[in-house]
Design a binder for this molecule. Structure first.
Ligand code: URA
Length: 236
């Protein structure tokens, strides 16, 4: 919770004194209500702010961790399908949000939603080799040979994958932990299908060094703090 004059000063990049004057003149709306008390406290991330009927934002950019459910697509808008932006809670919605990277419609787990194009680009750029960690449920077990092939880099028809790490989670080699450093189309599913193994379920559990918050149920989101954002671009 933060005082309104401080929130407005930050959002508009003006002095505290000027913010107080704006608030006292009744030019600031918070959550659809005109607030004239500069000392009133609000959640600086959740409050919907308007100045002279135009929406303003406390943070220049926002970073949202979503536990993506199945059945929604990783896009900003779509005519026919529900998108990850559609299912954001109303108080988290703002202009220009987009998913930084794609998870398939039937993949669940960690999806970053932001309006910071530069950060999204740096996390997704194959040059930066940011690891993405997945748990894959398989129809058949994998073996040591496949682990070695993943390490060498699987070759698709037209492109070669960077080395990937594969390990068993259940000890029976039918639930796999996979770490890849690119984001090719259907990459994890295609890497397994190279060995005639079908991925039955896929969940992303980590991006860079930042783990999906286990308390987030599918479809739920939370804002990331500054420390979390820097973990996103670490190579583990
Ligand atoms: N690899 C896939 O095959 N699907 C995803 O959604 C993510 C990675």
């Amino acid at each position: 919770m933060e005082r309104l004059d401080k929130i407005i000063a930050t959002a508009l990049q003006i002095s505290r004194k000027d913010a107080i004057a704006l608030i006292k003149r009744g030019r600031i709306e918070v959550n659809k209500e005109t607030i004239k008390d500069p000392k009133a406290k609000f959640n600086e991330n959740g409050a919907v702010l308007f100045c002279d009927n135009e929406q303003i934002y406390y943070n220049k950019y926002v970073y949202i961790m979503m536990n993506k459910p199945k059945g929604v697509i990783s896009a900003s808008n779509s005519k026919d399908e529900k998108t990850v932006i559609d299912i954001l809670p109303d108080d988290m919605k703002r202009k220009n949000l987009f998913p930084a990277g794609r998870l398939d419609k039937d993949t669940t787990g960690f999806l970053l939603i932001t309006d910071d194009g530069e950060l999204a680009h740096s996390i997704l750029s194959p040059k930066n080799h940011i690891p993405k960690t997945y748990i894959a449920k398989l129809d058949k077990p994998f073996d040591e040979n496949i682990i070695k092939e993943f390490e060498k880099g699987i070759e698709f028809k037209d492109e070669k994958c960077l080395p990937a790490k594969l390990e068993t989670v259940d000890g029976d080699f039918k639930i796999a932990k996979v770490v890849i450093k690119q984001g090719m189309y259907h990459q994890v599913k295609r890497m397994f299908s190279h060995f005639k193994i079908t991925v039955l379920e896929l969940k992303r559990i980590k991006m860079g060094a930042l783990c999906l918050d286990e308390n987030l149920k599918e479809g739920e989101c939370k804002y990331l703090a500054k420390e979390d954002i820097s973990l996103l671009s670490q190579n583990q």
